[in-house]
Design a protein around this ligand. Structure first.
Ligand SMILES: Nc1ncnc2c1ncn2[C@@H]1O[C@H](COP(=O)(O)OP(=O)(O)OP(=O)(O)O)[C@@H](O)[C@H]1O
Length: 214
């Protein structure tokens, strides 16, 4: 694959060692270790309740480890903490009452992204004709596309994606795969919780979670 012409991400790595995560006083994951270099995707697999979302939340800084370490390497220490990552939760954080374009603009402002062409990002997400409508009127798949559009609108090196192809049609799932592939080619990093295979071109690893029996 020729990567010339692609703007590269700042080189960010991720290291997890002897990690233990608990929720409601119950151990969900214990003794988990892995490391990821730039340009790599890690697919988190495992049955319902295995701890995929819990791990993503911890990587996003939303949940403190009970034990062990999470190290984000190559991060600009002057930058806001966790300002190098996108966390896109399973439940799309979309505000009804705001238009589709206003929702994306809201996220660009929250994420302190540089001014971007909102229309172009929506077009890439397959929502080019829908920028003016109330986001509450979107279908489930369109809502997912809008939630993911922030990955395009604000470039960040680490993507933490929880079931990103949920509710998407076949073309949408292909789009997500292409989006992640492009991200990896730029030297980005992605950790993705998914029950479905996502067609990603590049260095893709897989981690099977089984809950606290790790
Ligand atoms: N706020 C909470 N308080 C207590 N337990 C919780 C809480 N949130 C999640 N859990 C528990 O943590 C465990 C792991 O949940 P998690 O959502 O991480 O699993 P998952 O692998 O993402 O599952 P799924 O495939 O169903 O999305 C589950 O047993 C769940 O009941």
């Amino acid at each position: 694959m020729n990567n010339e012409g692609l703007s590269r991400m700042p080189e960010t790595g991720l290291g997890v060692s002897a990690l233990a995560l608990s929720r409601g006083g119950r151990d969900i994951l214990t003794g988990l270790s892995f490391s990821l270099e730039p340009g790599t995707a890690l697919m988190l697999r495992g049955p319902n309740g295995a701890g995929k979302s819990t791990l993503l939340m911890a990587l996003a800084g939303l949940l403190d480890p009970r034990a062990g370490r999470i190290d984000h390497t190559g991060v600009d220490l002057e930058a806001p903490k966790y300002g190098h990552l996108h966390y896109v939760a399973h439940a799309p954080a979309i505000k009804s009452g705001l238009s589709v374009a206003e929702n994306l603009k809201f996220w660009v402002d929250v994420l302190a992204g540089a001014p971007v062409d909102i229309g172009a990002a929506l077009s890439q997400a397959g929502l080019g004709e829908l920028g003016g409508i109330d986001a509450g009127l979107l279908s489930a798949g369109q809502t997912r596309r809008l939630a993911l559009a922030r990955l395009i609108a604000v470039r960040r090196p680490l993507w933490l994606l929880d079931e990103p192809t949920s509710a998407l049609d076949a073309a949408g799932a292909m789009w997500v795969g292409a989006l992640i592939s492009d991200h990896l080619r730029r030297g980005g990093l992605a950790v993705i919780a998914t029950h479905l295979d996502i067609a990603v071109d590049g260095n893709v690893k897989s981690l099977q979670l089984r809950g606290s029996a790790q």
